[in-house]
Design a protein around this ligand. Structure first.
Ligand SMILES: *[C@@H]1O[C@H](CO)[C@@H](O)[C@H](O)[C@H]1NC(C)=O
Ligand SMILES: *[C@@H]1O[C@H](CO)[C@@H](O)[C@H](O)[C@H]1NC(C)=O
Length: 337
């Protein structure tokens, strides 16, 4: 009796397991292309791997493309569309102009997939897979990517300008913009260092310009550090590369200790008063809730890496087009004519 009861419990747990994956990814599921394009994931990984081998920074750029896709009309590859007669490209928006990059890598992936299985794998799924592969190549944990997104028939430059939080947005603004996409404080903090903060200023991915933090270093008069939270030796170091005037375009790694590795140094730095941007520091100084999460990640790298993967699944599942909605684009840059 006891045995059969525990057996029953076991079976019902098993039958719940696939349900929870569906719940996380909406109608999306990792096996979506298993029959129609079994090599899809392998092809994406291979092209992304070559691109990142050529330029390490590309990993951050591809992660950012997914972020900038999903925050605008959901994860539907709307940010990949070029200008055309009836489309105003999101590439011209404030968050994207002069800083969104990696489009050629996505083109290469798409071309390889069209050869293997024409009109089958969406550009939106390519972005989601490329973000996961980039994370793994940079040393993060892997995750199963729920698949089955379809591509939009339009773009929204307005949404791109208004929905994507800037690296220097205030904390309440960032919280609101995440909440609107169904992402909570845990997601916000987990995604902050590697997703939200890539691109603080044009032409920089994973870097910040002197202008984006100078006001923290110099008081109006006198030699005090304007921002009391900046640790003293760190301030000296920053002032060396970012003088009171001049050197506006000098670049600083956003994650000073480990610029291209996936780990929790971003959070350790914030706790130590060595967060580069004011918007890093506010996670620690302006909200007890986010402060607690920052402390947890600073203390536990594994916890951060696992939560990052979970939050990426969540972000990559925002309002996808599925079923017969949208289309599978042949070129990620334009809708099928
Ligand atoms: C798209 O066209 C608009 C004008 O219609 C222009 O302002 C914008 O810069 C263009 N975007 C890109 C990415 O070329
Ligand atoms: C954020 O940076 C942009 C460009 O670097 C600037 O135009 C804007 O005023 C800044 N916003 C805040 C809230 O500091």
């Amino acid at each position: 009796m006891v045995a059969s009861l525990s057996c029953l419990v076991f079976i019902s747990l098993l039958s719940l397991a696939p349900l929870s994956v569906v719940a996380e990814g909406g109608n999306l599921y990792p096996q979506f292309y298993d029959r129609t394009c079994p090599k899809a994931q392998e092809i994406v990984r291979s092209v992304v791997q070559q691109a990142v081998a050529k330029e390490v920074r590309m990993a951050a750029s591809l992660l950012r493309l997914e972020f900038h896709d999903c925050f605008v009309k959901g994860c539907d590859a709307s940010n990949l569309l070029d200008n055309s007669s009836n489309i105003v490209s999101e590439k011209g928006s404030n968050p994207n102009r002069n800083s969104a990059r990696g489009f050629e890598v996505i083109d290469d992936v798409k071309a390889a997939l069209e050869k293997e299985c024409p009109r089958t794998v969406s550009c939106a799924d390519i972005l989601a897979l490329a973000a996961r592969d980039s994370t793994v190549l940079a040393g993060g944990l892997s995750w199963e990517v729920p698949l089955g997104r379809r591509d939009s028939l339009g773009a929204s430059i307005k949404g791109s300008n208004s929905n994507i939080p800037a690296p220097n947005s205030t904390l309440p603004t960032i919280i609101t913009k995440f909440k609107r996409r169904g992402l909570d404080l845990v997601d916000l903090v987990a995604l902050s260092g590697k997703v939200l903060k890539t691109g603080a200023g044009s032409h920089t991915i994973g870097n910040a310009r002197c202008t984006s933090f100078r006001q923290r270093l110099y008081s109006q008069s006198g030699n005090e550090i304007a921002d009391a939270y900046v640790e003293a030796s760190f301030a000296v170091q920053l002032r060396n590369g970012c003088p009171r005037s001049g050197g506006d375009d000098n670049l600083f790694f956003l994650d000073a200790a480990t610029p291209t590795n996936f780990d929790n140094f971003y959070f350790k730095n914030i706790v130590a008063g060595k967060g580069l941007l004011s918007s890093d520091e506010v996670l620690f100084t302006k909200s007890p809730a986010t402060m607690a999460i920052v402390k947890q990640y600073a203390a536990d790298n594994e916890l951060f890496l696992r939560q990052f993967a979970k939050s990426m699944v969540k972000m990559s599942s925002i309002s996808p087009l599925t079923g017969t909605e949208g289309e599978i684009r042949v070129s990620c840059r334009k809708i099928n004519g």
